[in-house]
Design a protein around this ligand. Sequence first.
Ligand code: MOS
Length: 773
Amino acid sequence: MSPDQKTASDRNAAAPEPKRNMGRPVPRYDARLKVTGEARYPADEPLNNVAHGVLVTSDIARGRLTRLDLSEAQAIPGVIEILTHENADGLHRLEFGNGTATSISPLTDTRIWHDGQIVALVLADSFEAAREAAYRVKAEYEAEKPSAGFGAPGTETVLAKDAVKSHKEDPAAGDLEAALRSSPVTIDVEYSTPTQHHNPIELFSTTCFWTGDRLTVYEPSQFVYGFRENVAKQLGIDPEKVRVVSRFIGGAFGSKGPMTPRTGIVALASRRIGRPVRCVVSRAQCFTTATYRAETRHHIRMGATPDGKITGFGHEGWEITSRPDSYVVAGTDTTARLYGYGAVWTRVNMVKADRNTPGYMRSPPETPYVFALESAMDELAVALKMDPVELRRINDTMTEPIGGKPYTSRSLMECYDAAAEAFGWSKRDPAVGAMRDGDWLIGWGCATAVYPTNMGAGAARVRLTADGTARVQTAAHEIGTGAYTVIGQMAAERLGVPVEAVVVELGDTELPPAPVAGGSNTTATVCSTVLTACDAIRGKLFHAAASAKDGPFAGRDPATLDLRDGGVTAGGDAGGPTEKLADVFGRMGTGAIEEYAEWMPEGVPPDSLRKLYNGSSTLKGGSKGDKMMYAFGAEFVEVRINARTREIRVPRIVGTFAAGRIMNTRTARSQLMGGMIWGISSALHEKTEIDRRAARYVNKNISEYLVPVNADIEQLEVILVPEEDKAVNPAGVKGLGELGNVGTAAAIAAAVYHATGKRIRDLPIRIDDLISA
Ligand code: MOS
């Protein structure tokens, strides 16, 4: 064991000591609720007389439903009703893309677009009866030959820029072909990444009931306002009559961001039978009734001078999507700008197949596209006989090469240096296979982590009471990241009360709207909004304190006052006068001050707030504005590959990350750690297998869909690198929930090459890849 390994476990404490511009590792607001099982996830909401719904899904991928025989199913005792396309009256079709996962609208017609499409919903008094009946629904189809994915006959390839509003242009600069022709060192390589499914522990579920013409939906949702709008559309009712509640979410990763048509189907069923309905989707059905990460392909070309200056970068990507919907991630927006390349040329293609519509999955664009770029960077470093860290340093830039826009802050090389130091990189022998330890071939590799700083318009209500307690209300979402905790910390800090005195309410359309919990924007957006509300409260208090002739602050400039330790203070640390909140409120003759604040990041359209109330959120940040806003990191891994069996282990991984202000070192570390574990998973474990003849997923369960377990993760170290960035937003926060899993797979692929000399360009990397010649 090297000295680095010995100290890693000490540094791995769950509550890292805050450094500059970092908040305390306050324990999670909801920790006790969660470990005692008291936290109510949407399907846990107790309801009287609830009927249970079970979905019936198609077992063909393309064609038409010709007949449904329900007689056997209806004969099961306890069955109440079976909803099909023949009786789902009043179900409207959904459009794709405004907070909806797909335009494929089951039960509105007989067309089958993909394997596992919903064809019926069985309702019964018990879950068991509903499931039994669902098995006995007999569906007949007129099947057509499906196209499963890349390379299958019958797919259609479309340029993303022609079909997708969010990707109107493929980033490019200069003349790539000329740059490559004149570059002494070039590489020209292809990569691929597989289909992946989110598999949150909490299954997808919809629980709902009607009170007259008013609908309440309990569903794990990353965007309750969006769900409200879209379920109302699907049912043709007024969104004002719908309430969506999602107080806790047991993992989402993007899969619970856009609404799927299941929600309206369950709501319609509940209205039809006049009873509350709970529908929890089976694990297998989760693979086809929600979204997934589509498989991608990449063609990368790079040129460089012998001293390592990159002269040109070309990145063409292909992504699978469904027949009717143009879902695309287009990670070239990030890869085209990551380094100071000379010329850049990019293009993104969509390949339409007979599959369900893919969707967001943790760092949707960066995970596959940065895998390709960072793998190519390692290949280029090898071609140049250069240290891969130095190659990044030489091409580091504060100005992106497409539009010449400056980064607001960029601590990439600080992260590399901190990670290299902690990992012991200087001891690396760069020769392939040179670091063998007995039967184990050792490889060391590294890669960049990068994620855009996104923000959206938001609203929040904050109340400060005379007794020094506070309440924060906003319809943001706790998807496991620590949202309750960091939002409470921000209010406590600005109001000068202990964090324990702050109640935080989230996840309910009865609260002021907040954006989708996507693009890692929640902490930046909501903390900025809550800060705005708190500052309004401070303003009122300070004005009252300064204008009270008999008070200790009479005649002072309100701008010099502060809220601390449950009171108003003047003179900062110098120890001026103080007054308890109760006294200030008492003199004001008021019991509480409540402020409703709206906040918008710079550069979003002026109607963003208005649209937010109507369930649509526009995120800004990353490369979208006048300035580049990104969080960065560096990940270093050691792999050990058994020389005889080719078993692949990752005994050690170090990740360093800089993301502006860190609100809470505990929750930040937890997110980054989870991300790195997912990165290892992407590199070595995860892949949804497709039967190419039938276009059906084969391993629709979590025994055959591999994810890492504790034994797969040995030493994992997260190091938070201090960074200050006042330009990104008032809170100074860059989101980091989707930062940790970017780059990991490339670092592992680089380490596998270093150990074995085999460059694996198709994920996941498996033992088989290292056995074959
Ligand atoms: Mo995240 S994939 O943006 O929910």
